[in-house]
Design a protein around this ligand. Sequence first.
Ligand SMILES: C[S@@+](CC[C@H](N)C(=O)[O-])C[C@H]1O[C@@H](n2cnc3c(N)ncnc32)[C@H](O)[C@@H]1O
Length: 325
Amino acid sequence: MDSIVNQANLQFAEDVLCGLSAEDKFLLSRYFYDTEGDHLFQAIMASPEYYLTDCEHEIFEQQGMEIAKTISAAGPFELEELGSGDGLKTQLILDALCATGADFIYRPVDISANSLQLLSNRLSNGRPWLRIDPINGDYMQVLASAQIQDPASDGPRKVIMFLGSNLGNYQKTQALAFLQLIRGTMRQNDALLIGLDLQKEETVIRAAYNDAGGHTRDFNLNLLTRINRELGADFDLSAFEHAPEYDPVSGAARSFLKSKSAQTVYISALDKDFHFATGEKIFMEISQKYNRPLIEKLAKGSGFRVGHEYFDSRNYFTDQVWLPK
Ligand SMILES: C[S@@+](CC[C@H](N)C(=O)[O-])C[C@H]1O[C@@H](n2cnc3c(N)ncnc32)[C@H](O)[C@@H]1O
């Protein structure tokens, strides 16, 4: 590989090589979140079509106190949030926890240093009581490491938060493995607060991933810009189109970038050409939508039981407290 690849983006280069060499081309969604990607995701969340954020916000606004009481009932704890993002919704939970007199330290974990900085600034402002210990890194690695306590130790109780239906960004088998990894770090008194997007009318879901403002399109294309910048590629963004799909049978919403013509892209960090046929797609991200049987199956299969469920007024979204079985 070319000298353009330093240690920091070696993994990125390897993942791009793997994805674009596959028979069905793909890129990994964790690379969406550079500084521009963070901004674009905030724009998506603010778009009228992206109901997920509003629904989870409503749940925390209206039922936050109940959730806070549920997760803090068993005593002092560490609150670890995986993929914490901008903290807009989390602040409602933190404020509810403060109002219930809960004794906790908050540990947001995010791969984006930029997001973590924005979140720390937002949350620290006007909350002198908040003990916050941000962790910049891949939550897979953080979970697997000692940064989040070992289940065999007698450290404090732990509540893990995984909001925004981020679990849906994993295929079903990966989601199960990820939940098992989380469960493996937990002890009997711990809890998982998880946000899950529910299956609903197709038009509502399709619109959420194809907003009229074009933010989701730009968010996907931005990953090609990142490859151009960090790996010295020559992707022509105007030669690809955003092509989201939704399968109501499986509940999977998938985002693709589709090549508008036959073309070749050169990536100098890999010193390699990649060929795209007309209409060939790059799979970018899955956003799985859930129903009760699927939720029960995931919880059971990963060693949890669904302890408490909270829904928004339209029953579009659910936040749930899962407890070790
Ligand atoms: C879709 S956003 C959701 C943010 C927030 N949880 C919410 O509900 O609004 C995903 C966040 O997870 C972070 N992220 C994605 N993959 C990650 C990983 N493997 N490790 C740590 N953070 C990750 C991104 O940087 C981003 O801030």
